[in-house]
Design a binder for this molecule. Sequence first.
Ligand code: 5GP
Ligand code: 5GP
Length: 214
Amino acid sequence: VLCLSQSFDFYYFVQQCDSRQGCCYPETGKPDEDFSIHGLWPNYNDGTYPSSCDLRNSFDESKISDLISRLEKDWPTLACPSGDGLKFWGHEWSKHGTCAESVLDQHSYFQKALDLKGKANLLQALETAGIRPEDGKQYSLESIKDAIELALGVNTFIDCNVDARRNHQLYQVYLCVDSSASNFIECPVLPHGRSCGSKIEFPSFGSDSTHDEL
Ligand code: 5GP
Ligand code: 5GP
């Protein structure tokens, strides 16, 4: 029997700020003023990644019923129109989670992502460096990266988007995680993302100025 040990090299653990123009809050309510999870994505060291690896292994809510309240809090859907999260989690499971099923079953996949969010504690890492969400205030991209790298001891990648006033703002933070989904590691390769300016805003979570619908 051929032993396929592991079908990917590491994960990107991607957290998002609730700062896109026109986010919609989930039906379950306004999320916390904090980063939230976008996904835990298996990746190869050469920068490519597997996707939708096993469409027969479909998302099964009953396997994660004990995690739903934590998922609603830490992995809310911010897309429009508002949803209850199940569609977003199901999408992430089918596209990315099924590519890690040799290592993590569906329950462990979601559990690990929730644990990683607590471990990263990005808001605290930034706060320690005096970096707080505040509309209109600019921070250097380097200072944001440095704060996260100092707190977690590994490199990070920052993805930006543009607010209604065309300022570049913090959108997503990528961290690399070992294949057991337990430890942050130095990224073997950095993703291609939307570029940030050298100065960016860290917008307040859910501020009216960055939302045109709730
Ligand atoms: P975007 O083009 O918005 O950066 O990415 C769209 C989607 O493609 C992401 O939500 C994610 O599902 C997937 N994706 C983009 N870049 C990467 C990557 O570097 N690694 C992995 N595993 N998935 C990615
Ligand atoms: P990815 O970019 O991970 O492949 O896919 C994201 C998909 O999930 C998109 O179809 C997007 O509309 C949906 N989605 C639902 N909620 C969210 C959210 O809060 N953030 C992001 N980035 N996508 C979401």
